[in-house]
Write a protein that binds this ligand. Sequence first.
Ligand SMILES: Nc1ncnc2c1ncn2[C@@H]1O[C@H](COP(=O)(O)OP(=O)(O)OP(=O)(O)O)[C@@H](O)[C@H]1O
Ligand SMILES: [Mg+2]
Length: 321
Amino acid sequence: MISKAPFLSWDGPVIELQDLCRNFGDTRAVDHVSFTVPRGSVFGYIGPNGAGKTTSMRILATLGLPTSGDALVEGLSSINDPERVRARLGFMPDSFGTYADTNCAEYLDFFARSQGLIGRERTRRLRWVMDFTGMRSLASKPVRGLSKGMRQRLCLGRALIHDPAVLILDEPAAGLDPRARIDLRRIIRSLAADNKTILISSHILTELAEMCDRVGIIEQGELLATGTFDEIRGTLRQNRDVLIRVAGTTEAALRSLATFEDVEVKSSEEHRVHFTIDGGDHRQMEVLRVLVEAGIELLEFSSKDDSLEDVFLQITDGRVQ
Ligand SMILES: Nc1ncnc2c1ncn2[C@@H]1O[C@H](COP(=O)(O)OP(=O)(O)OP(=O)(O)O)[C@@H](O)[C@H]1O
Ligand SMILES: [Mg+2]
């Protein structure tokens, strides 16, 4: 079947950063960053202050130029083809400009017009955006008098006005109360379910964990890890706490565990041994296999997962405050 809209047939990564670099004098704000985001998924871009998130997102959003490398939206270069890229993306910056004497409806209408929306289509999009972001009751409220949460919603509405395929949201959850954060998560997931592709940044891993399909952790311009949260956690070397409960005495289990250099026994009681493994999922599977093969009757084998913040600190090597 021939597609009516050729660009919709793009089936490569919807967002792609290719070896992106951006220097400011001696500062390497973005240092050889590459990743891809498939259609309909949410990628969380996580890093501490000054990591390079905004710089790379602005380049992707056609608002800055790289020192080298490229940023692509549906295969189009943000650097060489900015107009066509702009038509496909909505950008929510981390700061909100001041607009004197404008109310919310006028503000959105202005951006609808600047996106070339006219007539009924403009009215329809304005109505949809106001309903979707919960702005309808605030339509005549002056933009200057909005609270932080209301401003974030208005900004998101502005990014959505032309129904873009891609959304780039720079710290949309910053400063939101827990309820507004839950609303934001619901909004993001519903946009992804509608096949939008979303890049969203934060310096707090827990803030994004539940709304992202994959995350990338960036620090000092370098992408240190990418994947699902579980993938990232699984590949890390870490001191993992494990507790086993055996049917008989712990003697045989202790003998098996002693053959592993990276296992440290912390305590042993009648039927229980508590130990740590300096390794990820793979190492844990290996230890479990050896215990089973040694004929030890295991009643329980449980390991404590690191918290999101623990993982973040391990990846960024404790340099993050
Ligand atoms: N216009 C600029 N001129 C000089 N240096 C800049 C400029 N913009 C960014 N930088 C530097 O580039 C680095 C990355 O900054 P960037 O704003 O991209 O980080 P970020 O991850 O968005 O941080 P934050 O969490 O604070 O928003 C920082 O060291 C910053 O000082
Ligand atoms: Mg930033």
